[in-house]
Write a new protein. Sequence first.
Length: 256
Amino acid sequence: NPDRDGFVTVDACIMDENANIGSVAFLERIKHPISVARKVMEKTPHVMLVGIGAQQFAVAQGFPLEPQKLSVEAQKSYDNWLIKSEYKPVINIENSKNQTAFAPNKLENGNWNHDTIGMVAMDANGNLSGSCTTSGMGFKMRGRLGDSPIIGAGLYVDNEIGAATATGQGEDVIRICGAHLVVELMRQGLSPENACKKAVERIIKIKGAAAKDIQVGFIAINKQGEYGGYCIQKGFDFAVCYADDKNFMVPGKYII
Ligand code: ASP
């Protein structure tokens, strides 16, 4: 989905087992921001590039500049939104009626609303890494950044302990340094699921009654290869993929 001025801006970050990090934010007209984040990590002395500078870097690295035009689906979604132009954060509460494994989600109002891909991974040597990529909250203010490009908020990896990533209302993930918090809770001995749950509970405690209007979900994996997830509201499922092609969806546990 575009921002409220009709522009798609994308954010992403990546972190590997050696604590190498790369991030791009407020990037326009580049299709795969996570690949640009990886180039920031591998090819620059920096960890984060934003806006036009990130775009210039992407083009210099050989990424094609996509047309400004919205896709047919995104244009439909934007036209729908323009009818009311209501500036209210649109959250990722899934409509499980329309949900199929690995497919994006359509809301009851016809809008597509699942864009963030957060991944945490363990390789054949037991090393952990992760990535998080998004076009952000639908119809956000121009220039708004969420948690997804921010190391420690949308993603964190500590190869001795575990890795975590987030989706949902980025403002509230940033507020608690979400992914970093989940990893630190695992360091204290919590399972991935319980660490995600504690982080979600912290957001609910801060938000009080307003928590019912937002969605935040975390997934995590620890050094033993155990995984888990938790979210505020129902409907946030996550996918587990093994090297031998054993892939399945896990229904997200939730609090409200
Ligand atoms: N976390 C993303 C953001 O706030 C949005 C999402 O996960 O849907 O930009």
